[in-house]
Design a protein around this ligand. Sequence first.
Ligand SMILES: NC(=O)C1=CN([C@@H]2O[C@H](COP(=O)(O)OP(=O)(O)OC[C@H]3O[C@@H](n4cnc5c(N)ncnc54)[C@H](O)[C@@H]3O)[C@@H](O)[C@H]2O)C=CC1
Length: 385
Amino acid sequence: MSPPEGAATAPAEAGSPDALLIRRAMAEVGPVADKVTSYFYALLFVRHPDLRSLFPAAMDTQRDRLLRALLTAAEHIDNKEVLVDYLQNLGRGHRKYGTRAEHYPAVGECLIGALSKYAAGVWNAEMEAAWVRAYTTISQVMIDAAAADELRAPAWWYAEIVTHDLRTPDVAVVTIRPDQPYPFLAGQYTSVETPWWPRIWRHYSFASAPRSDGLLSFHVKAVPAGWVSNALVHRARPGDIIRLGPPAGSMTVDHTTDSGLLCLGGGTGIAPIKALVEDVAEHGDRRPVEVFYGARTDHDLYDIDTMLRLQQSHPWLSVRAIIDQQANQQLPDAIRAYGPWNEFDAYLSGPPGMIRSSVDALRDIGIPSDRIRHDSVEELVAAGS
Ligand SMILES: NC(=O)C1=CN([C@@H]2O[C@H](COP(=O)(O)OP(=O)(O)OC[C@H]3O[C@@H](n4cnc5c(N)ncnc54)[C@H](O)[C@@H]3O)[C@@H](O)[C@H]2O)C=CC1
């Protein structure tokens, strides 16, 4: 699971007494993180066998998502503002797994059990009390957010695949019809579960702004060993039913300003960029939008026709394809070659390596961090399968 976006790691010596104790335990268990994870889940499933069915049958790919989310949250316990957003999202997102308020104490007890075993060298009553306080805060925010969400949204949505368009041997554009209205913002993503891999959820960004017919679409690339992505690309057909979690993500257009949008989409990362362009078009803002669409070869530019059509209809939009093999340059090089970007907000979407190097390139040319938007890189690593 991802660290809260914008939650810079505090220097080891700064922080509240509880935060220091928490970080001390984290430093102790860091080198044996795999063992802590295995022991935590073993404790959880042995002591609470009824919770086993909330997790996927095969736990290898995402077994430590819950634990990592909790540890990350505890580590940032002082950063209340960022943390609350992150945890509210996490609490809402856990409704689709069937998580209920009464499950949280069981998880907390096993978390403390695993930490106290592997941080035994530094563990004491004071440290345990700090963890209990942190976990109580964390779980309460998650429980409250889930309870509030229950009043206004389902835990998950069913959706029927209505079209399945294989654009390249590995990339499909999938359009679905949810069983109930699905409110979201352009630039956001959702989690998807297929009937072939129950309880394995993967993130996909919406490829369109909200449409009047209520349909949603995703661009899915089948990646090696990606169970969900391979099923969606090679197995799914119109008529199949998938499940969706709630929308998430803050890579959305700020309609209170009229600054330009610098949009970088790498591979299937073009999907939310297309949604953002549609969103700007709908608001009729006429803000400059500069899209750089990166792909390895021209065959991989599977959505260039759509993007060029949008460019033709909208004079404020410019679309440039950056093909690695042709110009021997990637998206971050394009940022440096064009510009200036001082009047632009940046939106980045694509593989984690692209996001990292594009953020570096933007910071290098003086774009402040609060003008750079992207989904959390750690989420994307999990999303890529
Ligand atoms: N919201 C988001 O950020 C979204 C992210 N994605 C992610 O995008 C990825 C798409 O995969 P593919 O289509 O196979 O992309 P890819 O690996 O073919 O890369 C596409 C382009 O991104 C750029 N790029 C890739 N790695 C780079 C690096 N290390 N430094 C600089 N530039 C780099 C290059 O221009 C490359 O041609 C998946 O990992 C998927 O999870 C997809 C949709 C939305």
